[in-house]
Design a binder for this molecule. Sequence first.
Ligand code: ARG
Ligand code: ASP
Length: 720
Amino acid sequence: MKKLFSVLLLVGLLTKGLLAGEGMWIPMLLNSLNEKEMQSMGMRITADDIYSVNHSSLKDAIVLFGRGCTAEIVSDQGLLFTNHHCGYGEIQKQSSLEHDYLTNGFWAMNKSEELPNPGLTVTMLMEMEDVTDLALTGVTNDMTEAQRKDKIAVNNKAITDKAKERSGFDAEVRSFYQDNQYYLLYTQTFKDIRLVGAPPSVIGKFGGDTDNWMWPRHTGDFSMFRIYVGKDNKPADYNAGNIPYKPAYHLPVSLKGVEEGDFTFVYGYPARTSEYLPSYAVDLIAEKSNPHRINLRQSRLDIYGKYAANDPKVRIQYASKDAGVANGWKKMIGESKGIERMNGVEIKQTEEFEFTKWATISKSEATNYTGLIPAFEKAYLRLEPLKIAADFQMEAGMGIELFNFASKFKVLVDESAKANADGKKMEELVKNLQNQTTTFFKDYHQPIDREVATELISYYIQNQSVDFRPTFLNSINTQSKNTINDYVNKLFDKSIFVSEEAVNALLTDFTMKKVKKIVNDPAYQIVMNLKDFSEKQIQPSVKVLNSAIDSLQRVYMKAQMEMRKDERFYPDANFSLRIAYGNVEGFYPADAVYYDYYTTLDGIIEKDNPEILDYKVDDKLKQLYKDKDFGRFADKEGKMRVAFAATNHTTGGNSGSPVLNADGQMIGINFDRCWEGTMSDLMYDPKMCRNISADVRYMLFIIDKYAGAGHLIDEMTLIQ
Ligand code: ARG
Ligand code: ASP
């Protein structure tokens, strides 16, 4: 503990404005910005070992998985680890009643059993280059925002065209630090990715939504895939004759485990953060927008839950919808609470006060910065009602399944309105809608939607002023819930879009004449009213304001970097490869409550509860626990560790990222954050922000002892 404290002190001294653990850093800049600090925290490798273009490095083992997660290569045959929740879609698509891999798990016992996944890709960063000067060539201060954007787009097109031609790789220029810096990214995308292994959901999704966003956690959230390539080791479309990819580097996997205070880092693809927003924006998100969205989602979850409790069929029908609504709902609650707990808005206000003071005192260029904060204030004042109106349109309006479904038929109305309406196109649209209809009604329970509609419409009317809501709401008798309920019932009784039969009758032998049936449908009319309201009254102004805010944000970022010259800044996440580093550490989530830094299999057995679906424990796992059959995967005390918490600054997209130790060996896989720290996308708090990772020893234990797929471990480079 003493050692940890002195390390923290040192880090504090080194970084002043930054907090221990905070930051998502650009790998190619570690050398100048972070290496010393990382080593002072315990790292025994160099920045060059992590990222290099001259020789193989850790970077060569990290890939973007699909479009939203990270994965890492752990063998010289292109074997990948990612999260179970990242491979979920693929595992589901491969599943059928005879082969229910979601329920039972899947393990390829040899390469011929590995399953191809059409459409799934992984992307590898080959090289990165600062092209700021080139991107900004010809950009001058007197340009309008639009002129500036156009000029940069032209420059970047030239840069990427040349880069592609020269390298043979894909290339893209991406903006960093709010359009102040530009980097050219060379990438390679692999297209033949096969499923190798997945634990059953009772392990890979253990804890489910009950434990989601929370520590302590016991989820074995991993799955395995393999990259296949052509005979030349280059990306190729799926072909049975493709061979496993031979990577420039694969991560060694350590069995040594983690102890409190250990240095760790996370290497992956964080999607989006907004760490440099002004107080007005943080206030808008945390205190104005989130609360309504939370309430509206809460209503839906309550209703789903009520019906699901009484009807097992409904529970399955609404499981996935519930998970989606709940993931965002829980995240927003944690985020708003976190901002409030750390007085986030006040902290930002103090920073802005200091900033304006600095801008006023310092002469030179900085003098034109004094108007920034008032300009933000003005812009956000105007944005606020529009943002809330857009939230309501999405969460309250489109949260009603009937409206959402009816809106899909607009394509038919549009196509038929064309002077040269195309019969073939029409046929395609109809076929597509027929498929959507089957999918929709498979999981649709009308009584739920009626109740949801009554609740959401009541909330909409009570909480949105007439100026900022669609006109259909004004025609509703709002005397009481009952009158609103009457309105909803009439609507549902009249609309064809709640009946699979009626919709199928509409689509069978569809002709232009039938378009009237859509246009005259009361639910369709309402959803068009909702859409119209958004497209005409909300979005145009939002677009203008957001563009103005973007340019303020660019100047504010630049100005902050000038004001705090001696500090390091990390760019907001933008789905590019980053490094976050910190220490393995527990935390105090509440007064007198301490959460230890790791969980064990004991905790899974403790949670075992057949009444709660999320806490069903696998029988074979119970047996292994009873037999204490942990092999070489147990910790020093003979316990089976499952997950651990650390201070790495992560966000969505970091799921599946490897967690590495001081020697750059894999010790875990990142999959979530603790609830108390979910405001880290806006503001990081070292006391509360923890990333959650599955311990790699638990993953190997499941592969070896549970699944009997030890041949996969034999492929890896294990550090004993
Ligand atoms: N909260 C995690 C993330 O944002 C995991 C979500 C998947 N798990 C779940 N139980 N829904 O992606
Ligand atoms: N669960 C997130 C993901 O899937 C990670 C996070 O938000 O911490 O990327």
